[in-house]
Design a protein around this ligand. Structure first.
Ligand code: DLL
Length: 432
């Protein structure tokens, strides 16, 4: 183990001093252990001794997902395989999988960070936690699992795949917390309702993440299940779930910044922006041994706030994610994020938060169709009522996005329910 001391609540000056010390050590570590970083630094005549404090971080080059893919599978590892005790990998749907490796120390840090997040969500040793993120190469299941065990909670490793069994066990075991994607939790709430189990659950908290979701979706989940829902963020390249999480005040996600140094970058210049300004989030892993990351560009869009939170924690907070740089659709010249559609649809009482955006190009003009499901009690055979509803939804979308969309009301339960990360966009333009 090359890293030691960690303190959770410290002043900004103490945090900066710790980050500086760790960055200096990290740069020396990667220079001597990862050829990729050594070459990148040599290419710009940068020596480890040139990095003296955290302010010098901007002298370092960025790392991207392509770098991980180009060095597939283990090229960016800083330790021999004998030190690696766990591998995770991204699904690789858009290219080669990105592979990450953890030393025993990395797993300890990971469970510590997730434990902090669960504590923020009020989960402790008396709780029974159902983990309904996927187990396997995806970091969600095992990552949340490690943190829940660390705080001494009773862990139920459900994984995904059998919602009826999950809801039955939720009632039988008296689960008090659940960790899963927000879209899956929405589906679970439907299953609980259809099974008549809603009033038998003991759930009090949900720790949801792995995909963008809105404040309105949080409200929807909290109202349906009578629980508190918390936002947990992370990515496999940096660790997995637990890089950041929100507290009971829900005023941004507290970053475990003693381990992961966050920068928010102007998307055009890649220079760090001021607090409150939106940009692309980058992370430097200050203590990671297996696969350290220097200025890893996440593509996630957020802003940062270094002021102390009302909860008393001093860690920097990142705002709820607006989306990803590569999630943004340009439809007839207008920038559209799926999260805007979600937020708008939740405003319409008759509509459920399940939706699918289908983007196409007809006669050189972009088209947007939004497929929605109504709350079952609003379905009717009366054509005029359906037309009125369609117009109403189209108007709400026009107001929210500034563009017209064709609204298609589909039959109940026809839109795919996801158990992992939800897919909300089919962009047919990419097929031409
Ligand atoms: O999704 C890790 C994770 C698991 C986080 C469980 C939270 C809970 P990846 O599969 O590598 O890792 O995907 C990372 O998912 O860059 C974001 O775009 C998105 N993401 C993760 N959490 C959130 C969140 C896991 N709370 C990518 N809000 C990230 C918005 C999120 N987007």
């Amino acid at each position: 183990m090359i890293w030691n001391e960690t303190k959770e609540c410290m002043s900004r000056d103490e945090m900066t001093a710790l980050q500086s010390k760790r960055l200096v050590k990290l740069v020396d570590y990667v220079y001597h252990n990862v050829e990729f970083y050594r070459k990148k630094m040599q290419a710009i005549d940068l020596m480890p001794g040139d990095i003296k404090s955290i302010e010098d971080i901007t002298k370092l080059p960025f790392t991207t997902k392509d770098d991980l893919r180009d060095n597939y599978p283990f090229g960016l590892f800083a330790v021999p395989n004998s030190e690696i005790v766990r591998i995770h990998a991204s699904s690789g749907t858009t290219g080669k999988a990105t592979v990450v490796g953890y030393t025993r120390y990395d797993l300890d840090v990971w469970s510590e960070c997730v434990a902090r997040c669960l504590t923020m969500a009020g989960v402790g040793k008396d709780d029974i936690v159902q983990i309904a993120y996927g187990y396997g190469l995806f970091t969600g299941g095992l990552g949340a699992h490690g943190g829940a065990e660390k705080i001494g909670a009773t862990v139920v490793p459900m994984s995904t795949g059998n919602s009826k069994k999950l809801t039955t066990m939720m009632v039988d075991f008296g689960a008090t917390a659940i960790a899963c994607t927000p879209s899956y939790l929405l589906h679970i709430s439907e299953v609980l309702a259809s099974e008549g189990l809603l009033d038998q659950i003991k759930l009090k908290a949900a720790i949801c993440g792995a995909e963008p979701w809105t404040e309105k979706m949080r409200h929807e989940i909290e109202t349906r299940l009578h629980i508190k829902a918390y936002d947990i963020y992370g990515l496999s390249e940096i660790m997995g779930p637990g890089v950041a999480c929100d507290c009971a005040y829900h005023k941004g996600l507290h970053v475990c910044e003693d381990h992961f140094y966050p920068e928010v970058l102007n998307t055009a210049t890649l220079s760090p922006v001021a607090d409150g300004e939106t940009g692309e989030l980058a992370f430097t892993t200050l203590t990671k041994e297996g696969i350290p990351m220097i200025r890893y560009r996440t593509k996630d869009l957020t802003s940062i706030d270094h002021a102390q939170c009302e909860c008393g924690r001093t860690s920097a907070r990142i705002s709820r994610f607006k989306g990803r740089v590569d999630d943004m659709l340009i439809i007839r010249g207008v920038n559209v994020f799926p999260s805007q559609v979600e937020a708008a649809l939740i405003e319409v009482e008759e509509v459920t938060p399940h939706y699918m955006m289908v983007v196409d190009r007809v006669n050189n003009l972009d088209t947007l169709e939004i497929q929605v499901e109504l709350d079952p009690k609003y379905y009717t055979d009366e054509i005029r009522a359906i037309e009125t509803m369609t117009k109403k939804i189209a108007h709400v979308i026009q107001q929210a996005l500034g563009i017209n969309a064709k609204i298609k009301i589909v039959e109940p339960q026809t839109l795919v329910r996801s158990e992992g990360k939800a897919v909300h966009v089919i962009d047919k333009r990419k097929l031409y």
